[in-house]
Design a protein around this ligand. Structure first.
Ligand SMILES: [Mn+2]
Length: 335
């Protein structure tokens, strides 16, 4: 057997020490941000502030797509910029992104002025693109890693940080319903609640939140569920989105909903965006792996939740994706 070289993680203490000594820090999360992207971004900022005073402007927070409506309750959400302010920076921290493309335009190493790039993530498909890399696929959320980082700095987790970090953990676990939720995750969450995070408020604002026009779009998509073997999927076109009056991103959560069907081992939502590309979300039941499907199509993610973007139109994307999806639904012992 040929040994496959495994990328090495930097010790968390070394990441903490790099952050302690960095004067100017730029932190960024991935495009089309979810609760963990925004939660870990803002949570890190609060943790860094409590680790030591820095002059105003010393910490900049960037997400190319801004903060979605349902996450604007997060303390500090208004501080998130869509473009990186001018460098130089001492450290650039990337959060919840398995590759640099996921970071969008703000990831421009030539503008960082020699900053140390610190890649903090929990995706098993992470490409270890940083100067320092702390990737823990055992963590349910990047926000869970930020709790460990706070302890390593050390830094107190006050209520602002706790709200952001519990939001990341609660959303990435779909409200503590995913198979990777262990007693450790619950204990960390208890700690964040004790620090001042209101769990039921977080769940209501993120997971239960669903504008009527989003529901109208779900209705259109669910009216035409496609199925082959153990795979179930739906397609969302720009026309459907316009008819429902729904914004891009309205289908978030739809793949997990489809997976609730006992007939589905794997589920997907194919959504054509206004640029003509098709964004695909994959979900699978434990024992099935959709990270490989996403990776084969240039994306990434976790065994139970992954995603990619492929060229449109929808029919072409569907023809490419469905055979992979059906193969992923075949149980391992039947391969
Ligand atoms: Mn995440």
């Amino acid at each position: 057997m040929t040994a496959i070289p495994q990328p090495e993680n930097t010790a968390l203490a070394e990441v903490a020490s790099a952050l302690r000594s960095a004067g100017r820090i730029l932190a960024m999360c991935h495009i089309a941000p979810d609760g963990d992207a925004i939660g870990s971004l803002l949570g890190l900022a609060w943790v860094l502030r409590s680790a030591g005073a820095r002059p105003p402007g010393a910490i900049a927070l960037v997400c190319a797509d801004g903060v979605p409506e349902q996450y604007r309750y997060l303390p500090g959400a208004h501080q998130v910029l869509t473009q990186a302010p001018p460098g130089p920076w001492d450290a650039v921290v990337t959060l919840d992104a398995s590759d640099t493309r996921r970071l969008g335009d703000p990831y421009r190493p030539e503008a960082f002025g020699g900053a140390t790039v610190i890649n903090v993530d929990h995706h098993v498909t992470n490409l270890y693109f940083g100067d320092l890399n702390y990737v823990d696929p055992g963590a349910v959320a990047t926000s869970e890693i930020i709790v460990a980082l706070a302890d390593a700095l050390p830094a107190e987790i006050a209520s602002e940080a706790a709200i952001c970090l519990l939001t990341g953990i609660a959303t990435d676990t779909l409200g503590f319903r995913t198979s990777n939720v262990t007693p450790r995750v619950l204990l960390t969450s208890v700690r964040l609640m004790q620090a001042g995070a209101d769990l039921s408020d977080i769940i209501a604002r993120t997971l239960t939140y669903r504008p009527l026009n989003d529901m109208r779009l779900w209705g259109l998509a669910l009216g035409d569920i496609r199925q082959a073997g153990g795979a179930a999927w739906v397609a969302v076109s720009p026309e459907m989105r316009a008819r429902a009056g729904a914004a891009e991103g309205a289908e978030s959560g739809l793949a997990s909903f489809l997976l609730g069907a006992p007939e589905a081992d794997v589920a997907a939502v194919l959504s054509e965006n206004t640029a003509g590309n098709v964004e695909i979300s994959f979900r699978s039941k434990p024992g099935f792996d959709v990270s490989e499907v996403a990776l084969a199509l240039g994306g990434g993610g976790h065994p139970q939740a992954s995603g990619c973007t492929v060229p449109g139109p929808l029919a072409a994307a569907e023809a490419r994706v469905v055979p992979l999806l059906v193969a992923a639904a075949t149980p391992r012992n039947a391969r």
